[in-house]
Design a protein around this ligand. Structure first.
Ligand SMILES: Cc1cc2nc3c(=O)[nH]c(=O)nc-3n(C[C@H](O)[C@H](O)[C@H](O)COP(=O)(O)OP(=O)(O)OC[C@H]3O[C@@H](n4cnc5c(N)ncnc54)[C@H](O)[C@@H]3O)c2cc1C
Length: 363
């Protein structure tokens, strides 16, 4: 089944059947695809972010990791790329940019999974690999901003063209803020970058380029924050018209015309709907047993940073082990009559076949 077909399903259509649904495409969720695939079980995987990788990709893509077995050093993004490559033979269906908002056990034990984008899946088992929760953008703390969000106030740029020929204010001091500032300078009608302090976290070369643009009079840099947002009505809807900026170093204020504002304040994790699914929690983590990594609800498993048990360590390594054991438990949950035995990837013909590697000699 294609991703688009899956994503098109909405609450008016029957949910699509799925063997297993994995909630969260961080490193541990991605490895779960692989471990299930080795046992011949297919998976759908959902993440609220528009890309896979969880904390590794979102928080520290360039940083080296030193405690992945047999990889003395591995970049965080490189680890995610390797996990994607490893899980490729198993053709998981990815549903990105949508939060899992609904999880409901049906009378027959199947689990209905619903997302913010209207995707509905009916799963034999669910693995929650939701890490520290779904990442949400940190929002601008200015009165009245909610009414403007999604139309003239944004926390992510989907299409650069939406900001061309606009009076644009960009807030933030990290890579996203600076990259977009440099990219949109000259394309926006006017551009003001607002950052609360003189130092930037972004790549030095981009910061230097931004300073050149300021020196050339092509954009404005303001050290401070947005204190007020004022709107006007356009087509019956409120639209941002101007902002008042408050200096970080004095009581000075400056009013700036702005019909688009983008704030790049980073993301923060939110446990969100997971806390409302009737699963047993301890300190915001899902309690599991250490044999199956199953929650208090049969058929719902939890692995990686989201779970807790005596001795739990929030490490990628621990999550990989949990994914392996959960896969066996899921196989037994889905097919209790099936005999389970351990096979090695080195020697198992059936695993070779599933992996699509040379020597796939048997069924
Ligand atoms: C700076 C830093 C350095 C680190 N260094 C190391 C290290 O050297 N070694 C190590 O082992 N660990 C390290 N860690 C920890 C490691 O990154 C985590 O243990 C790991 O990312 C956990 O993986 P996960 O897949 O369980 O969760 P995550 O990586 O958090 O991924 C969970 C995913 O689930 C998604 N999600 C959550 N809720 C929902 C929902 N309702 N709907 C849809 N999607 C949802 C999230 O958007 C996210 O993408 C580090 C962490 C940080 C912050």
């Amino acid at each position: 089944m294609s991703e688009s077909a899956a994503s098109r399903a909405d609450s008016t259509t029957s949910p699509l059947p799925a063997e297993v649904v994995i909630v969260g495409a961080g490193p541990v969720g991605l490895f779960q695809i692989f471990e299930l695939g080795l046992l011949g079980i297919s998976a759908h995987i959902i993440d609220s972010l528009p890309q896979v990788g969880g904390q590794c990709t979102e928080l520290y893509p360039e940083k080296p990791i030193y405690d992945i077995p047999a990889l003395p050093v591995c970049g965080a993004q490189e680890l995610i790329d390797r996990l994607m490559e490893q899980s490729k033979p198993f053709n998981a269906t990815f549903h990105l940019g949508q939060e899992v908002t609904e999880l409901a056990i049906q009378d027959d034990g199947k689990i209905l999974v619903g997302t913010s984008a209207g995707t509905r899946l009916l799963a034999g088992a669910v693995v929650i690999a939701a890490g520290v929760g779904s990442f949400q953008p940190r929002r601008l703390g200015v009165p009245g901003i909610e009414a403007l969000e999604g139309r003239s106030v944004h926390y992510r740029i989907k299409s650069a063209a939406d900001f061309h020929d606009r009076d644009l204010v960009i807030c933030g001091g990290g890579d996203s803020a600076l990259d977009w500032t440099v990219a949109l300078c000259g394309k926006a009608r006017s551009l003001t970058l607002v950052h609360r302090r003189a130092e930037f976290r972004a790549a030095p070369a981009t910061v230097a380029r931004m300073r050149e643009l300021v020196a050339a009079g092509k954009m404005t840099l303001f050290e401070g924050n947005v204190a007020e947002a004022h709107s006007e009505t356009e087509g019956g809807e409120p639209r941002l018209a101007r902002v008042v900026l408050q200096s970080a170093n004095s009581t000075a204020r400056r009013e700036v015309r702005a019909d688009r504002l983008v704030a790049f304040f980073g993301l923060h994790p939110k446990l969100g709907p997971i806390a409302e699914w009737g699963l047993e929690l301890e300190k915001k983590a899902l309690k599991v047993d250490t044999e199956k990594f199953q929650t208090n609800v049969p058929g719902i498993f939890a692995i990686g940073d989201i779970n807790t048990y005596p001795g739990k360590k929030k490490l990628i390594l621990s999550g990989f082990h949990e994914a392996a054991l959960a896969a066996f438990a899921i196989q037994h949950h889905l097919y209790p009559e099936k005999r389970q035995f351990l096979q090695y990837t080195t020697t198992s013909p059936i695993m070779h076949k599933r992996l699509g590697v040379a020597g796939a000699e048997a069924s």
